[in-house]
Design a binder for this molecule. Sequence first.
Ligand code: AVJ
Length: 330
Amino acid sequence: MSKFIEVGTSDAVDAQSRLEAPMDNAFAQDLCAALSTRPRAISPKYFYDEAGSLLFDRICDLPEYYPTRTELGILERNAQDIAAHMGPRAEIVEFGAGALRKVRILLDAMDRPARYLPIDISGEHLSRAASALQQDYPGLDVQPVVADYTQRLLLPAPLPGAGQRVGFFPGSTIGNFTPDEALHFLQVTAQVLRGGALLIGADLVKDPAVLHAAYNDSQGVTAAFNLNLLARANRELGARFVLEQFAHSAFYNAPRQRIEMHLVSKRRQMVSVGGQCFEFEEGETLHTENSHKFTIDSLRSLAVRAGFRPGPVWTDPDNLFSVHWLHAPL
Ligand code: AVJ
């Protein structure tokens, strides 16, 4: 993004680079590719710029959005048991670290945690959360990694004398992947964590009305989160989406056991991204997210196919959410 600012010499070069600069970033490429295909779909990872990460934090506190507080409750009630599985001097690698609330529950219960490596795509958000955590755990080695964990990942070598390396993937973020991507992610993760384990949260299949409410909150925070994708394109790519011309849509696709989020064009319109124009018909959508729901068995059999050996599963009394311990064999 800042490329043309550093390189810029003459006005002509600036004007030229200004048009081209947006296209050499992944968001611009993926958005233009999404708008050029039918049906139109883009990865939900682009929700999480600074504003999007803050909106997601607000979603987690909504009365209708049960996953976060349910998972926190599961972790709190079972922290001792989970910490016993981790063993002494364990190292936690968290995939997609967000606000770092959940890991505190683990750290508080663990026997002398050796190191914490939060990986997140949103650099500013991550470093703010990581330094807050470091203040509260002065003795802990906190090493934030700004990276896209859906891409190939290189982690620092284990610390000398450290216990097992435990991956932590809470929030049911696994549900954002297609089934094939989820399998691939788990396969890669089983390799990265060889000899350790993965602690993973998975939202469970349930009454569609409960699911529907969780993604259609009355305050409109989820709608703002969805629309932030377009706002971000306007901010970062000089796109010209008129936000009022798009509506938030979220519904449960029962046969595929997933919530789908879309941005629906309220009327026929043209939009411009990075100097390219795209047409939307009235009612045409940009598919922005899938949030797959699991059964305990479906998550465990996926893990087995990826090379894990499933261990204990913790749930809440209403069976809304599940947290799984998966051994990664050597
Ligand atoms: C962060 C992917 C787990 O799927 O529930 C929340 C994202 N989207 N509300 C989810 C989300 C709309 C969330 N995950």
